[in-house]
Design a protein around this ligand. Sequence first.
Ligand code: GYE
Length: 314
Amino acid sequence: MITSALSGCGGDDGDSGSGGGDGKLVLGFSQVGAESGWRTANTKSIQESAASAGVELKFSDAQGKQENQIKAIRNFITQRVDVIAFSPVVESGWDTVLKEAKDANIPVILTDRAVDSQDTSLYKTFIGSDFVLEGKKAGEWLVKDYTGKTDPVNIVELQGTPGAAPANDRKAGFADVIKADPKFKVVASQTGQFTRTDGKQVMETFLKAQPKIDVLYAHNDDMGLGAIEAIEAAGKKPGTDIKIITVDAVKDGMTALSEGKINYIVECSPLLGPQLMDLAKKVKAGETVPQRVLTEETTFTPEQAKAVLAERKY
Ligand code: GYE
């Protein structure tokens, strides 16, 4: 646990952190929070893979606040960890603290979410999903499902955390695909903060304000699951009266999908831990790593969800 402020302890390479003293790589990780099932699975993956890779993990939960993440990163710099990794809650506003890490010679790895910094030398690599592609997959399912129909399709959208890469990109990818056909109309779009509680509450207001809702597109399963409660409370049948598309494919989402309450889920894998440990070791060893590491993902229909539900780990 004790890290020396200066390099010079046995065998240290002298410029990228002092290590744990016992040769273990010390990784400082700043997590977004615990807003969703996805996040819980992501935290577990990182903690478990650190343990099995022999990495000393300094884990910090930002409770959804950028200022807490910035503080955590500054603490990691002061402690001279070997590598800093974080999942940026929002895209903007990271340049200053990333420069501080760079000046201190501590490599940074972005996991899960992107930053909008122009200077890509501020981080070594970015591991995570292509959120625009996820939004497109959601839109493509919808277009296919309504093939041959001409009536207007009224869509409500539950967005993720404002300013977060997955919220921006999932919205953009979806919009890009459905704009080709004017029958698709997003009649309301609001944030549900990636949480079940907000998803439910915002869906309640949508149901009161909108005379006709055909489709709900939720940027994650949790908001979709909250919305299902609101839809059922309003006496409607989720998946039938209102079609539902979500992103993530966590176990609760997959259960609702297999029951027909959700119609389609675009997968986003939270299991980034093993690759993160691997990249952290390479970065620490001074090896070159790819600037972008993409996660492999699929999509699920209700039938496909039924087939894999039993062995779904998260
Ligand atoms: O989809 C959502 C979570 O950044 C990909 O954050 C992640 C998103 C995920 O809260 O459920």
